[in-house]
Design a binder for this molecule. Structure first.
Ligand code: MSP
Length: 499
């Protein structure tokens, strides 16, 4: 079994999760599920980023202690992963002093040993929303374009990380795809930045300006920069501190899923840190765009968020998963609208997939009391072969919206096959043999759909398999799964129609 390690970024806990982060979680979950179906050994990590100035500010505004705020919102992120049916194996919190802090301090010491950390005076403009120093070039009319506010002027003594030393090497790694940034156009964007030459980054703040974070080893007056601390979550959770088995097995096989706004941290700073510490690098960084509301980024600071909890409550988990994984082209931005959400739910889930399952199980019940009398797996396999091939290609390339649309070609094929074969006419004309074979083929198709669509809509996949009375945990288990003599249950419609 090939190890496959997949991570989401870790979200700030200054607010409750919205559907932007839900999309990221789902992308990682979709890939984790796909890899498990291939039979690979998967480890899927998510978590929360609990340090930094933004968290302190929010706690003050809400009259909570920082710890109270972090506990309250982290519980919501854990709940989100659960209601979205995410299959994460672990959840890491940067406030975890036992698991996380020692790892961050260990990597810091490695950078020091390498001579890549030095102290200097810093004068800069800090955006608390981005948790980063901004260059004049990045500002629009003196304001941060993401948060529409003026950054704070800061003059202080900081430790710096010698990122500039690794600039060229990082560019080479991305160009040669040893570190694959997906989709390709996102790789080009980051390469443009790297080619200008990466500058050293401030890696700590004086404790008197920021008293919530991981202390710098051997200098209690300084707290680590939130990104140095946060990025290390990917290895702290695997047991980097004592080189645990999980660290050795999974870390060199890592895929990070991140938003376009934080590629710079993942493709530049993180890679620089790993090179300095002489650790293996991640293999892929899958970059998604933003979910917007009326063209503006949905964000906690803008207050224009849509709650994933409400959408799941009102439409079910598959509806939200399917929308977020199939509607917004991988890497690009997309607007959320209720009209489009409901349209996709009704057309692709209720009328297409839901209807197909209902039609097949009803006919089997009506004509054969639910029993499979005949199969033709060779015919079915030949029909679906091309679709499977294209599906695997898109999944391997992590272009999830394309893979979803290919999976739905299988659903379309099923509905068309019924319309062409017209089983009700075969029944009327007494063509029992052909009728039995048609329904056998359709049941085989259902089994294929339940596996192919599982990474996207796991709830219906499980329901289909329950109706068929089988459990298909890998792509290989599809082989010969539908047998003569099996009894198929007749189900209620699996998706509720909208009123
Ligand atoms: N804490 C940092 C990440 C540290 S990773 C070592 C952070 N947190 S965040 O809460 O601001 O964002 C978490 C993730 O959610 C990012 O990948 C970000 O791109 C994503 N999203 C936040 N808003 C989003 C949308 N409106 N749409 C899609 N994803 C967005 O950055």
């Amino acid at each position: 079994m090939t190890p496959f390690y997949i991570t989401t970024s870790i979200a700030y806990v200054n607010g409750e999760p919205h559907i932007g982060f839900a999309m990221e979680l789902l992308e990682a979950d979709c890939l984790a599920r796909y890899q498990r179906l291939l039979g690979n050994d998967v480890f899927f990590l998510t978590g929360t980023d609990e340090h930094g100035s933004k968290i302190i500010q929010t706690a003050e505004e809400q009259g909570l202690t920082v710890k109270e705020l972090c506990d309250k919102n982290t519980a919501k992120f854990k709940e989100l992963a659960k209601i979205l049916k995410c299959t994460n194996d672990d959840f890491i919190r940067t406030s975890d002093q036992k698991r996380h802090w020692p790892a961050v301090q260990k990597i810091w010491r490695k950078l020091v040993e390498k001579g890549d950390i030095y102290k200097d005076k810093y004068e800069g403009l800090y955006c608390v929303g981005c948790e980063k120093f901004m260059t004049e070039k990045e500002l629009m009319d003196g304001k941060c374009p993401h948060h529409d506010c003026e950054p704070e002027k800061i003059v202080e003594e900081n430790y710096f990380f010698r990122l500039s030393k690794y600039s060229e090497k990082i560019g080479d790694l991305i160009r040669s795809r040893e570190l694959a940034i997906v989709p390709e156009f996102r790789a080009k964007e980051i390469l443009n930045i790297i080619e200008e030459g990466l500058k050293d980054v401030s890696f700590s703040r004086p404790r008197k300006s920021l008293n919530w974070g991981v202390p710098v080893p051997d200098d209690d007056s300084q707290i680590m920069y939130v990104w140095c601390d946060a990025l290390t979550n990917y290895i702290s959770a695997l047991g980097y501190v004592d080189e645990a088995e999980n660290f050795k097995k999974y870390w060199p096989n890592c895929t990070h899923v991140v938003g376009k706004d934080i590629v710079r941290f993942h493709a530049a700073i993180w890679i620089g840190m790993l090179l300095s510490a002489e650790l293996p690098l991640p293999k892929n960084e899958l970059v998604h765009g933003w979910i917007n509301m009326k063209g503006e980024r949905m964000s906690k600071s803008k207050g224009n968020t849509i709650s994933p909890f409400e959408l799941v409550e009102n439409y079910g988990v598959d509806a939200l998963r399917y929308y977020l994984l199939s509607e917004i082209p991988m890497g690009k931005d997309g607007d959320f609208t209720y009209e489009r959400f409901e349209e996709k739910y009704s057309s692709d889930l209720v009328n297409n997939l839901g209807n197909l399952v209902h039609r097949i199980t009803i006919m089997l019940d009506k004509y054969f009391k639910g029993e499979i009398k005949k199969t033709n797996s060779k015919f079915t396999r030949e029909k679906v072969e091309g679709i499977w091939k294209r599906y695997h290609q898109e999944m391997e390339n992590m272009i999830l919206h394309n893979a979803a649309s290919i999976a739905w070609e299988l659903v379309d094929f099923g509905n068309k096959f019924i319309d062409e074969k017209k089983p009700w006419i075969l029944a009327k004309e007494g063509k029992t043999d052909e009728l039995a074979e048609t329904l056998g083929i359709l049941t085989e198709l259902l089994a294929h759909i339940s596996v192919m669509a599982q990474p996207f809509v796991p709830e219906v996949a499980e329901k289909i398999q329950n109706l068929l009375g089988i459990k298909l945990e890998t792509f290989n288990s599809l082989q010969g799964a539908i047998k003569v003599g099996m009894k198929i249950k007749k189900g209620e419609p699996i998706y509720k129609k909208l009123n």
